[in-house]
Design a protein around this ligand. Sequence first.
Ligand SMILES: NC(=O)c1ccc[n+]([C@@H]2O[C@H](COP(=O)([O-])OP(=O)(O)OC[C@H]3O[C@@H](n4cnc5c(N)ncnc54)[C@H](O)[C@@H]3O)[C@@H](O)[C@H]2O)c1
Length: 321
Amino acid sequence: MSAGALGGQRILVTGGSGFIGRHVVAALAAAGASVRVVDLQPHPDPAVEVVQGAIADEALLERAFAPGLDSVVHLAAVTSVLRSLEHPGLTYRTNVAGTAALLEMSRKTGVKALAFASTNAVTGAMRGPAIVETATLEPLTPYGSTKAAAEMLMSAYTASYGVRCTSLRLTNVYGPGMQAKDSIVARLMRAIRLGTTFEIYGDGRQVRDYVHAADVVQAVQLAISDEQWSGPMVIGTGTSLSVIDVIEQVRRVTGAELSVRHGPAKPGEMPAVIVDPGRARAAGWSPRHAFAEGLQGVWEEWSQADVEAMTGPLSVPGVGQ
Ligand SMILES: NC(=O)c1ccc[n+]([C@@H]2O[C@H](COP(=O)([O-])OP(=O)(O)OC[C@H]3O[C@@H](n4cnc5c(N)ncnc54)[C@H](O)[C@@H]3O)[C@@H](O)[C@H]2O)c1
C-alpha cells in the first residue's frame, strides 16, 4: 500500500488530542482515512471522534477498536522527561503497561500496522558520531527506558503475530500548536510574548536535532502505509543545533531581544543528540522543513496568540524528547 492509499482506512490515533496528535489526525482525515482518537483529553475539533480515557483501560480499548481497525498510531504517553523522573510508576503504567494493552488489542482484532512515537532518548549518551538504529539501548531516564521497553514489545508483536510495528525515534519536534508544551521552542516563544527571562539549562552547548511536526506526519503516514517500514527508524533532520544556536535563530526570526540566564543542568539530560536518519531516508522519508523556515511559521502563530491564556497553568505538561 502506498502513502496515497490511506483513503477509507480505519485508523486509531492514541494521544490524538496532543501536539503531534492534532497534526496527525488532521493529515490522516485530509487523506480520506476514517480516524478515531483515544485520549485523556477532548480534541479541540468537535468533528473528531474521541473515545476519552486511558489506554491501559481494556474496556475502553474494546470500544475504541470496535468494529475493527486497519492501523494504529500510538502517541499517548507520559511525554515529559522531568515528569517521568518525578513519577516513574505512572510513566511505567502509561508507557509500558498501556502500550502492552494496546498491542494485545491490536493482535486480537487483526490490526495490520502500528506506528509508535519513540525517541532517541532510548539510546542515552552518544557512543559514536551519530545515533543510528543499531546503537545500544542505554536510556538515562524513566521516560527513555519505558520507550525502550515499548519498542521491545513492538519487536515481539511484529515477529510473533505479524502486527507490523515501526518505532519512530523522534528527535525534538516543533511546529504550530505547541502552546501547551514545555520544550525549548515553546519556552522561548512564551518568554518573548510574556517578556520574561529564558533559563538556559547548563551551559547551553548541548545539541539537539529539531524536526518539524509536518515531517513527523510524513513518517507516520509511511509507517502505516509502506510495507518496508518496520522496527526502529531514526526520524530527525541530521543537523543538530546547540541551545545557544537556537536562541540566536529565534532572535533573528522574531526580532526580539530575549533576555537569558543560565540555570542548573537538568538530571538525565542527554549531553548531545546527533542523529543519522539514513534508514528512514532510504525508505522514502525526507524532511522538508529547515529550522529557520519552520520557526517562522511557529512565530506567526505565537505572535498572534492571547498572552493572558499563556499565564495560566499548562493544560498538557510535557517536554518530549
Ligand atoms: N514532542 C516531542 O518533541 C517528542 C519527541 C519524541 C517523542 N515524542 C513522543 O511523541 C508522542 C506525542 O508527543 P506530543 O509532543 O504530542 O505530546 P503531548 O503531551 O502534547 O500529547 C500526548 C497526548 O497523550 C495523551 N495521554 C497521555 N497519557 C494518556 C493515557 N494514559 N491514555 C490516553 N491518552 C493519554 C495526553 O492527554 C495528550 O493529549 C509521545 O509519545 C512522545 O513521547 C514527542
